[in-house]
Ligand binder design. Structure first.
Ligand code: ZN
Length: 333
């Protein structure tokens, strides 16, 4: 029994030391949050933050984008605009560990302070994916002028965790880095009650896109037997894309929603509003916004989210730019 009292004092000194360090850290964090918190201006875009864990070895995955002289895809006006503004936004704040930043990695903490919005989930498992070491690695266009080769297939495709049951296997994958970021995105959504959003389409191969496109051509041909090939193709290009021009072949985007199928009425839902408002925090962008149809040349798609990485997504969010505008802004073409 006497031994125990002898050993008590060194522990006491250690405890006092730890408390002192904790107090100093707390004061530092408080000072930092007072000076950096708040709505960011255009110049306060978070600087790329080196990830604490080595990033995915997928440098070789950047597709070789081929520039062609194909004309832009024609666009149809959204037919469902009225519903988009009919529902008020009333998202409840999460009841979890919001505000407890002590467990977050440095990059997440710095980011939260910059954008003035704390994560509700633990970002530790996701930070290296949401915030890639090379912040511009995933910033590139895939469209009618920036096509992917017929044999391009990302080598790091993985199954999507939040996939809609019953979807074909070949629509159920995406690139590993984007898949992990998507997991974080939807996990955060569940903290806000957005708990029924599932992915209906992920990666789509050149061949799958060709089959899809050709099936639409056949349908339009049957419905309009007197029209020329050009007229038939123009009809299909309103809602589908030629193989090699679909972003889905990049493996970096998904269609996700809580409807039976991709439908513009999704735009009016709480889920769609939350996804659009928060996607940038997880490195995603709403790729074809309603107010950018003339620039993207693709119809408004409230369900189509593309991974670009958090730094680029946040900058686009703050500048109000779609990917075409951002690539011009950054000189990426
Ligand atoms: Zn899509």
């Amino acid at each position: 029994m006497a031994r125990k009292t002898k050993k008590a004092s060194p522990y006491l000194y250690v405890a006092i030391g730890l408390i002192a360090v904790a107090v100093i850290l707390l004061v530092t964090i408080l000072v930092l949050s007072v000076t950096e918190y708040g709505e960011p201006g255009e110049s306060s875009v978070p600087v790329s933050v080196g990830s604490p864990i080595p990033s995915e070895p997928n440098e070789s995955q950047t597709p070789s984008v081929q520039t062609s002289s194909e004309p832009p895809v024609s666009v149809a006006e959204s037919s469902d605009e009225s519903e988009a503004s009919s529902q008020p936004v009333s998202v409840e704040p999460p009841v979890s560990n919001a505000g407890d930043l002590s467990e977050q990695p440095e990059t997440a903490k710095a980011y939260e302070q910059t954008v003035g919005k704390a994560y509700s989930i633990d970002m530790n498992p996701y930070e290296q994916y949401v915030c890639p070491a090379d912040p511009m690695e995933y910033v590139f266009l895939v469209d009618a002028s920036h096509t992917l080769a017929a044999d391009f297939e990302p080598a790091d495709l993985v199954y999507i965790k939040d996939m809609k049951p019953g979807r074909p296997d070949y629509y159920s994958k995406m690139r590993a880095v984007a898949e992990k970021a998507l997991e974080a995105f939807l996990e955060e959504g569940r903290m806000y009650g957005i708990d029924d959003v599932l992915v209906s389409n992920g990666y789509r191969s050149y061949g799958s896109q060709a089959n899809l496109f050709n099936s639409y051509i056949a349908e339009e041909r049957a419905a309009h037997p007197d029209e020329t090939d050009e007229q038939i193709e123009a009809r299909v290009l309103v809602y589908s894309l030629r193989p090699g021009t679909s972003e889905h072949q990049s493996g970096l985007c998904v269609d996700m929603h809580n409807q039976k199928s991709t439908d513009l009425s999704f735009a009016g839902t709480e889920a769609a509003k939350w996804l659009e408002a928060n996607c940038y925090r997880f490195g995603f962008i709403l790729r074809y916004p309603e107010d950018k149809e003339d620039i993207t040349t693709v119809m408004f798609e409230p369900w189509h989210f593309r991974f670009v990485g958090r730094e680029a997504a946040t900058e686009m969010h703050e500048l109000g730019m779609c990917l075409e505008e951002y690539c011009d802004y950054k000189g990426i073409r």
